[in-house]
Design a protein around this ligand. Structure first.
Ligand SMILES: Nc1ncnc2c1ncn2[C@@H]1O[C@H](COP(=O)(O)OP(=O)(O)OP(=O)(O)O)[C@@H](O)[C@H]1O
Ligand SMILES: [Mg+2]
Length: 371
């Protein structure tokens, strides 16, 4: 009989170099504090034939130490690279995962756009092909073009119809700002064709999306990052939210692209007044719950989502993007250490909930378990 539940956190590592060391260090410590034997591991640490697993735990003062651990009861998947060795392990059926594999950006958007419960929050989106930008510009004064497999705001352009010309603003792969003014929709089509060719990642596609007017502050874009997570009782709850305000002249709000985090209510109260800001907040919460439920029905059990939500200048709420393995640094950067701590403890509490649920037969659901 084991005395303690065992939690594994699957991530990328090379030697003792891990992705997201700061967050994962805290996640392991949260697991230990909540009474679980907790460790990080990567695909190369699993010996499935002998059912042995090497795990890594933080050492006081910095660094990591490794040893053999008991087989984990539940694994949290935090692997963010789509490499074959990871994908094989992910689909091996060796572990009970807290979170299921998630779909590609375009498939997720396409699916949400068809769902009655959420479709009114999804901006019109099509896969890029010749003529699509021109067609989208017929109906929308702002259009975004972005890679279907991009991250961190890279290779995203915003096209704005302004009287007799078009202004294009974007970020290239290195997040440097790009700006140009063009006289006709044909020249925009041509410019974008070249952009897509040059910025393409592997064999990935690009999306053409209805652009939202997020200039709540002149010449800057602001959007909302919202974290919805499962709690220790297995129920969804919005842990927190914050506004990201992009730098002047930028097409994106991402923190890595120079965006600044601000408290939701402070920012929205100023833009819309307290009463309207409260309604917007409630709509964001409602959106988050609906989206989580719909996505879980489609992809299987999930644990958390980071939602990029646009609130346009009229106060309308839109879903820009869903991140299944979200960062939570916005809360520490806003100085909200309580929400940050909660955002780290919740995945552990939920994983522990799964351990106790699979221990009692009544509660175990064979459909939701191993994959
Ligand atoms: N349709 C849109 N209308 C207005 N602004 C948009 C739109 N699409 C993207 N943006 C802006 O660009 C930012 C980045 O876009 P998005 O979140 O889709 O990609 P990403 O951040 O590169 O991907 P990831 O979040 O997976 O790293 C958004 O946060 C928002 O500020
Ligand atoms: Mg994003």
């Amino acid at each position: 009989m084991r005395t303690k539940p065992v939690l594994g956190i699957l991530t990328w590592r090379e030697g003792k170099r891990f992705s997201e060391p700061k967050y994962l260090r805290r996640l392991v410590l949260a697991g230990q504090r909540l009474g679980a034997e907790t460790f990080l591991f990567s695909h190369q640490d699993v010996n499935s034939a002998e059912k042995k697993i090497r795990g890594f735990v933080p050492v006081k003062g910095g660094g990591w130490e490794s040893r053999l651990f008991p087989w984990p009861d539940v694994v949290i998947d935090r692997y963010r690279k789509r490499v074959d060795t990871y994908l094989r392990l992910r689909h091996s059926g060796l572990f009970q995962f807290a979170n299921s594999p998630f779909g590609k950006k375009w498939r997720v958007t396409e699916m949400l756009a068809k769902e009655e419960r959420v479709k009114h929050w999804i901006p019109k989106t099509v896969v890029y092909a010749a003529g699509k930008v021109k067609a989208m510009l017929k109906h929308h004064k702002i259009v975004y073009v972005k890679p279907g497999n991009g991250t961190g705001g890279r290779s995203i352009v915003k096209i704005m119809a302004q009287g007799d010309h078009f202004l294009i603003r974007g970020r290239n792969r290195r997040l440097s700002q790009v700006e140009t003014k063009l006289g006709s929709v044909e020249s925009v089509e041509k410019w974008i064709r070249r952009w897509v060719r040059e910025q393409r990642i592997g064999d990935g596609n690009f999306l053409v999306q209805q652009g939202l007017d997020l200039e709540l502050v002149p010449d800057r874009v602001a959007d909302v990052r919202l974290l919805i997570q499962k709690k220790g009782d297995g129920e969804w709850d919005v842990t927190g939210s914050g506004v990201r305000l992009g730098p002047a002249g930028s097409s994106i709000s991402n923190l890595h692209g120079g965006g600044k985090p601000i408290s939701f209510s402070a920012f929205m109260n100023k833009c819309f007044g307290e009463e309207r800001a409260l309604e917007i907040h409630q709509e964001c919460q409602h959106l988050a719950h609906e989206v989580a439920v719909v996505l879980e029905q489609k992809f299987g059990r999930m644990m958390e989502f980071g939602l990029d939500v646009g609130v346009d200048v009229l106060g309308a709420v839109w879903l820009i993007e869903v991140n299944p393995k979200p960062g939570r640094e916005i809360f520490s950067q806003m100085g909200d250490s309580q929400t940050y701590a909660e955002a780290i403890a919740r995945p552990v509490s939920f994983a522990l909930h799964l351990v106790s649920a699979s221990g009692s037969e009544e509660n175990s659901d064979p459909k939701q378990g191993r994959e």
